[in-house]
Design a protein around this ligand. Structure first.
Ligand SMILES: [Zn+2]
Ligand SMILES: [Zn+2]
Length: 256
């Protein structure tokens, strides 16, 4: 597991990334990951054309404080959010940068399923424009949702960890990534179980990493690529909270 993590870090940053990018730009001119059109040099994003970038749906206030999905129209008092109904959050607040559709979905897919580590620079740009997300990350310990070692061997990197590193760079102010959780149950391989069984297995799927120390005075921020039902994030939150991490929030790149 350690070796896999080290490899993913080497491939994700440093002079190698610059060199590889330079080479790949010569062989493959930058194409938009969403529409495959050409991305001109002066574009704000490197892997999204201007037209697709303009369709990014940045989350604006007011939004649900549990999952970060925006509320549309006038909001008065408490309002129930259909996206996180039934979730009893073990964390304080949940926020998300963009809605997971169109270009944002294409970025996540490229990163997750096509080894597209190059899109991380655009994700970092998106975080920089997401004031509410950056605000939670500043000064916090960013905790990526871990992959099971089997999955990590298969993919060779944990996308949530790379996204957390992007967010730490975008936020600055002492934000740093720490791998303090581990996934001990391989929930992905349990597709033969019914939904309820998988849900209950998920509850015990995470544990504190060996030697991890939780400081009650620190702010912790769980980071994942996508918010769907919130049950994975909440299982992680429970472990941190039980270990004394009471200043605990949640951030995802996309919601959907
Ligand atoms: Zn495009
Ligand atoms: Zn919600």
């Amino acid at each position: 597991m350690e070796n896999d993590i080290a490899e993913s870090e080497i491939s994700a940053r440093g002079p190698w990334r610059t060199l590889l990018r330079g080479l790949s730009d010569v062989v493959f001119p930058p194409a938009c990951v969403h529409c495959r059109g050409l991305v001109p040099d002066e574009s704000e994003f490197r892997h999204l054309c201007g037209k697709c970038a303009a369709q990014l749906d940045y989350v604006q206030r007011p939004f649900c404080t549990t999952c970060g999905h925006p509320f549309y129209g006038v909001v008065e008092g408490e309002r129930l959010c259909p996206h996180c109904e039934g979730l009893a959050p073990a964390y304080r607040e949940g926020r998300t940068a963009v809605l997971l559709k169109g270009a944002a979905r294409a970025l996540v897919h490229e990163l997750k399923y096509h080894r597209g580590l190059h899109v991380l620079e655009d994700m970092e740009r998106i975080f920089r424009r997401s004031a509410a997300v950056v605000e939670l990350a500043r000064g916090a310990v960013l905790v990526p949702v871990p992959l099971h070692p089997r999955k990590l061997r298969e993919r060779t990197y944990n996308q949530s960890e790379l996204i957390a590193e992007c967010l730490a760079r975008a936020a600055g102010g002492g934000a740093r990534v720490q791998r303090i959780l581990q996934r001990s149950v391989d929930t992905d391989s349990q597709t033969h179980h019914d939904r309820r069984t998988r849900q209950s297995n998920l509850k015990n799927a995470f544990a504190l990493a060996r030697d991890a120390v939780i400081h009650p005075g620190h702010s912790y921020l769980l980071v994942d690529d996508v918010f769907t039902t919130g049950s994975t994030l909440n299982s992680c939150a429970l472990v941190l909270r039980r270990a004394g991490g009471v200043n605990l929030d949640v951030v995802t790149f996309g919601h959907g």
